[in-house]
Design a protein around this ligand. Structure first.
Ligand code: NAD
Ligand code: UGA
Length: 499
């Protein structure tokens, strides 16, 4: 099949490269000419595992890049729209990029083509794309519009695309359904997975993808409902973590107990500093607006967002509590991306935390394996400094903050880390370490939903002795935070008084 993919961002690029990988002739289009030139030179504008290898495999053969939408649309039978749908000020999705692309496509369709919305869009967008095409001069019989939402995650995007749990095809006409089935046939039949050189599945099993065929509106709703549901799970577990801390329970044990129920499952039950990224925050807001416009009060989503916002504040309260005062303190920060495995810092909770601590006068030295060049565009030196590696970020620090769940952080040499820090305090917003592992070198360790360990407590004569690893509930949040978070009473033991 000849395919055009309009928008070469995180989703468009993965879509274009992976459609070439399964055998199609693809033109990837972007309005950003510098990006297209770089891609044509074989340079990858984003950090995403396996994408550079596949780009090298297909560039100039089945995969081409162009800044000309009309040229690409002229050549393609199917056109995927993968431009951004960011949050507007009112919370609704800003559909102006999709609208602009649809208007431009209208001028270029002459024979019947399929237009596929892959961007995450409000229900009824297909109808509006159709209307835009007609208003801009496309003839009624020259196109069909279908929905094919994308479920890939950044960091594992290539494997998610090539080994999806399901492929959702929302089409109200046979033409659209048949074209999309043909495009995805190698994944639906498993034929791609049997090819020599195919990208292996994360589990090694390589099962064919399940095809979910629906109406257009159902497909549009599925995408928003999935993201809103996953965000809800995260906010739910974050509230359980707050509760666990207050009563001295252990969130890991709670998650293990909950996740063992197959009706609940263990995924998306990791507590932390709240979800971020370019999708969950904006999609939850957009879905809330979609519901409101349909006359449905989906107030649960407001609560999900509120809990998520407060999760960052809770973490900040923990940092203040552990440091006593923030102004002038040197803080090492590990992680700036919104999650591990990506360079994406859009709506990153890590950057939000760093920004706030800077405003409070902390001196921050940060390290992220992939996201520093993007983070610099948001928080430039000298507001914070960027370190060469994790140990450089920790050197002479009064505390080390873990804000992104990069796998390589888990493998750090904790004894070495301890030896370079001024004060051995770790405040882990992602629970990447077990309290036992950090206890051995003698860290004071604060995490999410688990008791803090190794806390220093000055004795009366100020002879500060290195503590035995005393497990204790997290210190009482300051009154102001207790009010803000609605914590009514501290339920720790008497020896948990604030230092
Ligand atoms: P992005 O910002 O990384 O990429 C969008 C690209 O579209 C940019 O390169 C931009 O230059 C280009 N563009 C904008 N207007 C254009 C035009 N008129 N013509 C050609 N190119 C144009 O966005 P993204 O993260 O790839 O997200 C795209 C959509 O996919 C969003 O709706 C998002 O919600 C959805 N989505 C994203 C993910 C993800 O993990 N990022 C996953 C699933 C779905
Ligand atoms: C998410 C969805 O997982 C994808 O299915 C969807 O396609 C995509 O959004 C989208 O529509 O854009 P992504 O944003 O790449 O993918 O990343 P996730 O792994 O879902 O993580 C999102 C945020 O939630 C991150 O900040 C992550 O740290 C956080 N998270 C995730 C948790 O705090 N706890 C968890 O258990 C899981």
């Amino acid at each position: 099949m000849k395919v055009a993919v309009i928008g070469s961002g995180y989703v468009g690029l993965v879509t274009a490269v992976c459609l070439a990988e399964i055998g199609h002739q693809v033109i990837s289009v972007d309005a950003n000419e510098a990006k297209i030139e770089a891609l044509n030179r074989g340079e990858m504008p984003i950090y995403e595992q396996l994408l550079p290898e596949l780009l090298r495999r297909h560039l100039g053969r089945r995969l081409h890049f162009s800044a000309s939408l009309s040229e690409a649309v002229g050549k393609a039978q199917t056109i995927f729209i993968t431009v951004g749908t960011p949050k507007s000020e009112s919370g609704e999705a800003d559909m102006s990029y999709v609208d602009a692309v649809a208007s431009n496509i209208a001028a270029a369709v002459e024979v019947r083509k399929l237009i596929v919305e892959k961007s995450t869009v409000p229900v009824r967008t297909c109808e509006l794309i159709r209307r835009t095409l007609l208003l801009n001069g496309a003839a009624e019989g020259c196109f069909a519009v279908a929905s094919n939402p994308e479920f890939l995650r950044e960091g594992t995007a290539v494997k998610d695309f090539l080994h999806p749990d399901r492929i959702v095809i929302g089409a109200d006409e046979e033409f659209g359904a048949a074209m999309l089935q043909e495009i995805y046939r190698p994944l639906i039949t498993g034929e791609y997975h049997r090819r020599p050189g195919a990208i292996p599945s994360p589990t090694g099993a390589g099962a064919p993808a399940k095809l979910v065929q629906t109406t257009v509106k159902s497909a549009e709703l599925i995408k928003h409902a999935c993201n809103a549901f996953l965000a809800t799970r995260i906010s739910f577990i974050n509230m359980i973590a707050v509760l666990a801390e207050q009563v001295g329970a252990d969130i890991d044990e709670v998650c293990a107990g909950m996740g063992s129920d197959p009706r609940i499952g263990s995924q998306f039950l990791r507590p932390g500093i709240g979800y971020g990224g370019s999708c969950f925050p904006k999609d939850v807001a957009a879905f809330h607006s979609v519901a409101a416009m349909a006359g449905v009060d989906f107030s649960l989503l407001r609560e999900v967002t509120r809990i998520n916002d407060e999760q960052r504040l809770r973490y900040l309260a923990k940092v203040r509590e552990a440091l006593w005062t923030v102004r002038g303190k040197r803080l090492g920060v590990l992680g700036l991306a919104f999650k591990g495995g990506t360079d994406d810092v859009r709506d990153s909770p890590a950057l939000a935390v760093v920004g706030q601590l800077c405003r409070e006068g902390a001196r921050i030295r940060a390290y992220d394996p992939a996201a520093m060049y993007r983070a610099r565009e948001v928080i430039a030196p000298p507001t914070i400094t960027y370190a060469e590696d994790e140990y450089a970020a920790a050197t002479n620090a009064d505390a080390l903050l873990i804000l992104t769940d990069w796998k390589q952080f888990v493998e750090l040499d904790l004894h070495r880390l301890h030896s370079v820090m001024r004060c051995p305090i770790v405040i882990d917003g992602r629970n990447i370490f077990s309290p036992q592992a950090v206890a051995a070198p003698g860290f004071e360790y604060h995490s999410v939903g688990r008791v803090a360990v190794g806390c220093f407590r000055p004795t009366q004569d100020r002879d500060v002795t290195l503590p035995a690893m005393v497990a204790r509930p997290h210190p009482v949040p300051p009154m102001e935070n207790r009010r803000r978070f609605g914590v009514s009473a501290h339920m720790g033991s008497p020896d948990t008084l604030p230092r």
